[in-house]
Design a binder for this molecule. Structure first.
Ligand SMILES: NC(=O)c1ccc[n+]([C@@H]2O[C@H](COP(=O)([O-])OP(=O)(O)OC[C@H]3O[C@@H](n4cnc5c(N)ncnc54)[C@H](OP(=O)(O)O)[C@@H]3O)[C@@H](O)[C@H]2O)c1
Length: 332
């Protein structure tokens, strides 16, 4: 069940850029020949006013591990200073089992900062260890707070935390006077959990934490019109598309109706649904035309009726099994 929360006054959240595909061969078929297009994507995003870029130290598969940070750092450094200034480069550090204690992230942070050519604006705990090593997370958070206190990074965020852990993390940081800037969770028309009555969206609103919606297009499922004839993606995403697409007809038709009213496309509807629930979507973008489609969403908003209608269709689709797999590390 989703819950309709009143939005705080002021503009809706903006739109950010996800860079998981920049280096990931396994799921996203990365090839270094794509780098020029990725740079064009980055430049188009900056030119069109997108400001937050999300990466992680675990992005990039095999020998391309860290590639997303390297490319982002390189592209950012090549911008004129005036264009670079108000960007937020946000990385995520993985709480691997060998990263232990208050200093457990020290080397990882230094390595990320090096790959990003000195520029890290926000550091995020990539996932919660509460489900399998609950003692690991507290000291790592202290270490991240140390970085903020020492002025090495401006902002601190967390990811894949549920409402209980989020409250605890917020309280832990508040005891030191360190602000918890953002929470990043999977949130889309096919991933509704954050919006349940006691879900994290309400906690974020209550505590003043920015909510970031990752995989807002459900890995592309919500960007593909029902009648699309293009071949399904290759690799593991194909299995997901084969399983979920037959259960999405009514939802996609509803999204298409909304899109038509606004002269928009499905991508904009999916992103604006996140924004209408108070979350900043960070779609995975790797071509300039995808940036343009994402930015087009910021030129209009869903009405409350449209948002509620899409909520209903999404709940009905979920009841038919049209749900994205939950992140295994997502905590309660
Ligand atoms: N914190 C975490 O644990 C976590 C987990 C997952 C993701 N994330 C972050 O969230 C970001 C976004 O999530 P995601 O990359 O998983 O998936 P996503 O944003 O839900 O979907 C990306 C897919 O959308 C498609 N797409 C984008 N713009 C499009 C357009 N205009 N028209 C048609 N298709 C379009 C892309 O198509 P193409 O395949 O054609 O490029 C790609 O397949 C990631 O990049 C990452 O930064 C964080």
């Amino acid at each position: 069940m989703t819950v309709t929360l009143p939005l705080p006054p002021g503009p809706l959240p903006g739109i950010g850029v996800g860079t998981w595909a920049w280096g990931n061969q396994f799921l996203w078929g990365y090839d270094p020949l794509q780098d020029a297009e990725l740079e064009a994507t980055f430049r188009r995003a900056v030119a069109l006013g997108l400001r937050l870029f999300d990466t992680a130290d675990s992005y990039g598969t095999g020998r391309w591990l860290g590639r997303s940070e390297i490319l982002l750092g390189r592209f950012c450094a090549a911008l004129p200073e005036a264009e670079r200034r108000d960007l937020t480069l946000a990385t995520k550090l993985a709480p691997f089992p060998w990263r232990l204690g208050r200093g457990g992230y020290a080397k990882a942070f230094a390595a990320s900062r090096q790959r990003l050519l000195g520029r890290v604006d926000r550091v995020q705990l990539h996932w919660s260890t509460a489900r399998y090593a609950p003692w690991q997370e507290g000291p790592l958070l202290e270490g991240l707070a140390d970085l903020v206190e020492r002025g090495e990074v401006r902002e601190l965020g967390v990811s894949n935390m549920g409402p209980r852990r989020l409250r605890e993390a917020h309280a832990q940081l508040a005891r030191r006077g360190v602000r918890l800037t953002s929470l990043q969770v999977q949130l889309s028309l096919l991933a509704l959990d954050p919006l349940t009555p006691d879900g994290v969206a309400g906690v974020c609103r209550e505590l003043g934490i920015e909510l970031i919606a990752y995989s807002p297009l459900a890995l592309g499922l919500l960007a593909r019109p029902e009648a699309a004839s293009a071949p399904l993606p290759r690799g593991p995403r194909r299995l997901l598309f084969q399983r979920l697409r037959p259960r999405l007809s009514l939802l996609l038709q509803g999204m298409e109706r909304v899109a038509q009213v606004h002269g928009a496309d499905l991508v904009a509807v999916a992103l604006n649904w996140c924004r209408a629930h108070g979350a900043m979507p960070i779609p995975g973008l790797r071509r300039p035309d995808q940036v343009e489609a994402a930015v087009a969403a910021s030129t209009w908003e869903l009405s409350l009726e449209e948002r509620d209608g899409l909520d209903q269709l999404a709940r009905a689709a979920a009841a038919e099994g049209a749900k994205m797999p939950a992140n295994p590390f997502q905590s309660a």
